[in-house]
Design a protein around this ligand. Structure first.
Ligand code: UD1
Ligand code: CA
Length: 481
């Protein structure tokens, strides 16, 4: 979603992402951990992008190459500013001002580890900031303020400053309104004030929060905007919080889809990436995960037990216990239970893929059936063809992958091995149990198996007094009467 570009587009959004995130105890930088199909940083960039800022700046420090590259991959227009040492949030913003200069207009500063913060909330912050003519507007929240900077007000309720918990008095610690870490600034005033921030605090760091006090003492109006939903400003510092935030984001997404006309049978066990699209009246069953660029058509039924990544599902298709990556399933096609669709697979309309079937880089024509226990690789299967149970498309000769073509309305007998490259013509048949290595022209029957020979009375001679021999004896003597 992108909000309409307006002349209220901010001059810049600055995202702080230089911290280490050591509580994640991870080899992956904190802001590159993912939820709902995007990194923490990716969510922050997406929210920023909804404002169409004239400039998007990401401050990197720890793992700067990796984080900077990820930022540019998600937002190629971003400017990357390196903060060599993490000397505080104020220091990080000073590095930005020193690197790109003052940014006249509204400058939003936010963090890379607040993935629930919506673009719409940032927009509200910018709008209120403009309407009030503030030098700075702080996005605050109310609730359990432990660990956060507190919003300090005078007796009349006017906003004075932010005090960090470790620098706060007992009275100040009792305040339940806290600083989210997200702000709208007047860019010119910020550029001036950021130079005057001292390190006179418990951590001896440059606090961005001190800018509020500096601007107010200079006589500029400062204000706050209370977040309607404190959950939106929840930060991620460890993997417990990551799981909580993932659950919250998923709940939010599923509520939006349900309000748009999608049924979730068990919202608690379905997971949907932000990049997924779902049509009206689709029904998503329990234990189903939809990832990446997956698109679910109207009225399709997906689940229980599906994992679909970058998969397109047509209208009215039915998928049951399917794992699929980069595949396409046509309208009304049925897949599963227990099917595996691998990249570059395309199943046409009304086709049926049944139990224990794996398909890779192949197209299955409309109305064709691959009902049971089959591997299809590097093949084209014509419309209306029927592939018998246990058929194997032997596509790999140990060196090359080879292609198999099965014509329209062809009928491949059970347990056929199709040794690629090979062509089965339109309407051709193969006999069950054949190993077909040569083309079968249209309308022919290909038979490639040993002829059957029955050795007369072998069991009676070689398995005397077994149950088999006795049963055979009864039948044979009955017949001979
Ligand atoms: C900060 C705020 C606090 C607020 C809280 C909300 C200050 C002084 N305090 O505290 O009022 O309630 O956020 O979460 O700003 N970062 C850098 N470079 C640095 C330091 C931090 O990029 O030198 C980034 C971190 O990666 C992180 C964010 O800034 O994403 C916040 O830093 P953190 O150290 O967690 O700030 P807090 O002490 O939590
Ligand atoms: Ca923090």
């Amino acid at each position: 979603m992108r909000l309409p570009v307006s002349d209220t587009s901010p001059a810049a959004v600055v995202i702080l992402a230089a911290g280490e995130g050591s509580r994640m105890k991870s080899r992956t930088p904190k802001v590159l951990h993912t939820l709902a199909g995007r990194t923490l940083l990716g969510h922050a960039l997406a929210a920023a992008d909804e404002l169409s800022p004239q400039r998007l700046v990401v401050v990197v420090g720890h793992a700067r190459e990796q984080v900077g590259a990820a930022a540019l991959a998600a937002a190629p227009q971003a400017a990357i500013v390196v903060q060599d040492q993490q000397l505080g949030t104020g220091h990080a913003v000073r590095m930005v001002v020193e690197s790109v200069g003052a940014m006249p207009g509204t400058v939003v500063v936010s963090y890379a580890d607040m993935p629930l913060l919506r673009g719409a909330t940032l927009r509200q912050l910018v709008d209120q900031h403009r309407e009030c003519g503030n030098a700075v507007t702080v996005l605050s929240a109310r609730g359990d303020a432990a660990g956060y900077g507190r919003i300090v007000r005078d007796r009349s309720g006017s906003f004075l400053r932010i005090v960090e918990e470790r620098d706060a008095t007992t009275d100040e610690r009792a305040i339940d309104e806290y600083n989210s870490g997200c702000y709208a600034f007047d860019g010119a005033l910020l550029a001036d004030a950021i130079k005057r921030v001292t390190t006179d605090n418990d951590q001896q760091q440059e606090y961005l929060t001190d800018v509020v006090d500096i601007l107010r003492r200079d006589g500029h109006p400062v204000g706050t905007m209370l977040a309607a939903d404190a959950g939106e400003v929840a930060g991620v510092n460890d993997r417990v919080q990551l799981a909580q935030v993932r659950r919250a984001l998923n709940d939010r997404l599923l509520r939006e889809w349900m309000r748009a006309g999608v049924t979730f049978v068990d919202p608690g066990s379905s997971w949907v990436d932000v990049t997924v699209t779902i049509g009206q009246d689709a029904e998503i069953g329990p234990q189903t995960q939809l990832e990446g660029a997956t698109v679910i058509g109207q009225g399709a039924r997906v689940g229980p037990g599906c994992l679909l990544a970058d998969t397109t599902v047509g209208e009215g298709a039915v998928l049951l216990h399917v794992v699929s990556r980069q595949a396409e399933v046509g309208p009304r096609a049925t897949v599963g239970p227990f099917a595996y669709l691998r990249p570059e697979t395309s199943i046409a309309a009304d086709a049926h893929i049944g139990a224990y079937v794996e398909i890779k880089k192949s197209s299955v024509g409309s109305g064709a059936k691959v009902p049971h226990l089959t591997y299809v690789g590097d093949a084209t299967i014509g419309a209306g063809a029927n592939i018998g149970a246990g058929t194997i498309f032997a596509n790999y000769d140990g060196v090359h992958k080879n292609h198999t073509e099965v014509g329209q309305n062809a009928f491949v007998g059970s347990n056929t091995v199709l040794v690629a490259p090979v062509n089965i013509g339109d309407g051709a048949y193969t006999a069950a149990g054949s190993a077909i290595g040569e083309d079968v022209p249209a309308g022919d029957l290909g038979v490639a198996r040993g002829r059957q020979h029955n050795s007369d009375g072998w069991v009676l001679r070689n398995r005397e007094q077994t149950r088999s021999a006795e049963a055979a004896q009864r039948t044979r003597s009955g017949k001979s009467q």
